[in-house]
Design a protein around this ligand. Structure first.
Ligand code: NAD
Length: 484
């Protein structure tokens, strides 16, 4: 299988927050890998812009260190890093002041695609948008890329959309959810809409339920003060899990084009029913051998913010009425594993009798680790002894399927940045989508705040609180094991 490299036009990419953690860990190493692959055309430049005083050479050293630390294992020809660093420069720029902006303007060229990556705290998004406009850096074709979180609730998301709209059209705004850049997530659409096999079964008549799990082993670490104001609902469900839910549940768009896809996603969010509070379980990790408790991590012994949430949701439309979607995400769980599982209904009648047991087809889509898919198929247990049934997985690991080329599959950030340069918004969230997601999320949060709900403590290294298991057991179902 040969991967095709689709070239992009030469570009000027300004990274506001170019000295920050995200820039060093993801954006800059990702750009270097695209450069190695030959996808960053000659005549492109990357400009780091942040408050720290740095010379071009000091910044290049920082970029070089970041590539060495986070660059990934791809082979690059000798000398490539030096060539890449020649495309990099730096301007000390203050998002809240006027320093640096004229110099930044002087670096922009007319004939190239212009993109501004806002890799800074969201409180600076408005300032950056306003100054890009005032200092004449924003052209009608310029793009801005916004990191999460996009708002803290519906009111703040609306205010932010309104601020950006003063200076940029919706077609210029790229709200990143890096989950959408993952290979498997896009494969989800290929599997659904490129095959005849699944789509006829993809509805309440044949699907018993769908589970979406995003499990992390890490705690809140150094992000405690941010996280405690947010929690798993705002940090993970409102964006990442909601996006996965949309792709799983949406109707086939007429075309794989930005607004066609985003219109269908929006319909799913709008069809989500409010969740009954009995169907929400919130948790906080306790202390364990390898670390402090959540409350110790955030230095608030009374914190009621959830580091884990599980919930049962329903989508009110013809396709999904009656099929529950179980979502779960949390920190300090037993494995780092993200998976979507489509659990099909039992065969309507077992010709093999009660002894054959209960068997179900499950299509599991693994997002991490080992991106790939598994389809559990029921077959006869091999050997003598009558007709006993057993489930065996048809396993497609992308690493196996693609061989050495799997190494070349761009990571989510690389792909999404290249999409920005191409002007393709398909994998980015539209403003109305984000607002609809908050409109569904806000009342749930307000509900547990009004009830003074206290999250259940769970053991680090477990699958979350007991109540989360009960959420499924009560319905005669069970979560799939969280395993790497
Ligand atoms: P960070 O604190 O490491 O870096 C912030 C950057 O902003 C620095 O380069 C700093 O110099 C710059 N900055 C601060 N104030 C400035 C000002 N007034 N003018 C110009 N530059 C200024 O933060 P980060 O972890 O890199 O996160 C950046 C954004 O990305 C945030 O919105 C965060 O929520 C989001 N994000 C980060 C991650 C991650 O893994 N780090 C993941 C998802 C989203």
């Amino acid at each position: 299988m040969v991967s095709r490299l689709i070239p992009v036009d030469p570009f000027d990419l300004v990274i506001f927050g170019g000295t920050g953690d995200l820039a060093r860990r993801k954006i800059l190493p990702g750009l270097f890998r695209r450069f190695c692959s030959g996808q960053m055309p000659e005549g492109s430049q990357i400009v780091g812009a942040a408050r720290t005083e740095l010379s071009d050479d000091e910044y290049r050293q920082m970029v070089s260190d970041a590539v060495a630390e986070f660059g990934g294992g791809r082979a690059c020809e000798e000398g490539t890093l030096d060539a890449f660093l020649k495309t990099v420069s730096y301007v000390t720029t203050d998002a809240k002041g006027d320093g640096g902006w004229v110099e930044l303007h002087g670096k922009m060229r007319d004939a190239t695609v212009r993109a501004f990556y806002f890799s800074v705290a969201p409180s600076l998004f408005g300032d950056l948008a306003e100054r890009l406009h005032r200092f004449g850096l924003a052209t009608p074709d310029s793009r801005i890329v916004l990191e999460k979180p996009f708002g803290h609730d519906l009111a703040t998301a609306k205010a932010l959309n309104a601020t950006l709209a003063q200076h940029f059209n919706e077609t210029q705004i790229y709200r990143i959810d890096h989950y959408l850049g993952k290979e498997t997530v896009q494969n989800l659409m290929a599997v659904r809409f490129g095959n005849m096999l699944f789509e006829p079964l993809w509805n309440a008549q044949y699907v018993d339920h769908i589970q979406i799990t995003v499990a992390e082993t890490v705690g809140v670490g150094g992000r405690g003060s941010y996280y405690d104001k947010s929690g798993a609902m705002r940090d993970m469900v409102q964006n990442h899990l909601m996006q996965l839910l949309c792709l799983i549940a949406m109707e086939p768009p007429a075309k794989f084009e930005p607004d066609a896809v985003r219109d269908e996603k929006l319909k799913v969010i709008r069809a989500l029913e409010p969740v009954d509070w009995h169907h929400i379980v919130r948790g906080q990790y306790g202390a364990g051998d390898n670390g402090p408790s959540y409350r110790e991590d955030v230095e608030d012994p009374k914190s009621r913010t959830e580091s884990f949430i599980a919930m049962k949701c329903h989508i009110s439309n013809w396709r999904w009425a009656g099929t529950p979607f179980y979502l779960r995400t949390g920190k300090r769980l037993k494995a780092r594993a993200s998976e979507i599982a489509v659990v099909f209904k039992d065969a309507p009648h077992s010709i093999f009798g009660a002894d054959a047991g209960r068997h179900r087809n499950v299509l599991a889509i693994r997002l991490q680790p080992n991106e790939g898919m598994t389809l559990d198929v029921t077959i006869k247990e091999p050997g003598p002894g009558g007709m006993r049934l057993v489930d065996v997985p048809l396993d497609m690991s992308f690493a196996d399927a693609l061989g050495p080329e799997a190494e070349e599959v761009p990571d989510a950030y690389e792909r999404l940045i290249m999409d920005v340069i191409r002007g393709n918004q398909t994998l980015f969230m539209r403003g109305d989508e984000v607002e609809a997601a908050w409109a569904w999320t806000d009342p749930l949060i307000e509900g547990w705040q009004a009830r003074h709900d206290v999250p259940k403590t769970y053991d680090p290294g477990s699958s979350g609180p007991e109540d989360a298991l009960m959420l499924m057991h009560r319905d005669g179902r069970k979560w799939r094991e969280v395993k790497a």
